[in-house]
Design a protein around this ligand. Sequence first.
Ligand code: TRP
Length: 360
Amino acid sequence: MGKIILTGDRPTGKLHLGHYIGSLQRRVQLQNAGDFDKMFVFMADVQALTDNADNPEKIRQNITEVALDYLSAGLDPQKCTLYIQSMIPELAELTTYLMNLISVSRVQRNPTVKTEIKMRNFEANIPLGFFCYPVSQAADITAFKATTVPAGEDQEPMLEVTRELVRRFNQIYAPVLVEPEIMLPENVVCRLPGTDGKEKMSKSLGNCIYLSDDEKTVWKKVKKMSNGAPRMSMEEPGHLECNAVFTYLEAFSTPEDFAEFWPEFQNLDELKAQYVKGGIGDGTCKKFLNSVLNKMLTPIRARRHEYEQDIPEVFNILKKGSEEARAFAAQTMDEVRKAMRIDYFSDAAYIEEQAAKFKI
Ligand code: TRP
């Protein structure tokens, strides 16, 4: 078996520039480089429901949004399998078996789960499904024998749990599952701050630029972006600390963008050097950033527009992807059941042996 990439997102909201720079862009590159034998990208609706059990409509609506984001960002159903987690019941089955191989206290130690429990005020009342989601995530990964999981640092604890479960499964039963490794983002800016310059782009803080935002909306948001400590005039030295405009330029601008939109400078380092000396207005920086973002978003918007006009085709793609993914997971489950000695009906020798044992 070759190299297999697998990754996904909880469909709890539209994807934004943070998702793009942190993962989507990389996925498209990986898909196009073709160095892997297979690539699976999925919407983790089952996982999303673990902390949204009372709001299934939110997940339902965001399946379409995220599918449109995937396709418009350039994920190509000819090159990667796009699917929906809940359409693969084999994952629930594998989760059940993996749960026998891990202790409650081991799951409790997971730092990502701990943070999430605090964030969601679950301390007094943790839904069991939510508590167990790291095991379900291990099933997501191992059912597809994924070798490589592109994800953020916060997913490393899930990968650790997955590897432990694989080792235990293979040791107790038979070497069926594959130990995956994480593939961390390599960009300089892997955690894009919000337009307010705060920690992280997040829907609840209302500081996101979405892949689906039109030109007008992007400009409105860029105009309001924070640019570090205030200055009385543009002649004063500019400040790069907590300057969201420059963090975004760091993440998105290229020398080609400078050649096209701001030829006075060859690259960001030159602009920065001048900015901290003074004489560069924040408005001008914002206009440049706006051009950079729109240049990147224009082809994404065009693709999105096309798919939006053919939503049934989007669901066709997801349905076909889910069928393909399910066939793959079903194959793994055959091996899992065999290894676990629960393949009663397909093991003729077992039936014969039982027959001999009871025949007088
Ligand atoms: N936990 C991931 C997130 O919150 C989503 C996810 C579920 C995932 N299963 C996965 C990511 C398997 C990678 C591999 O974004």
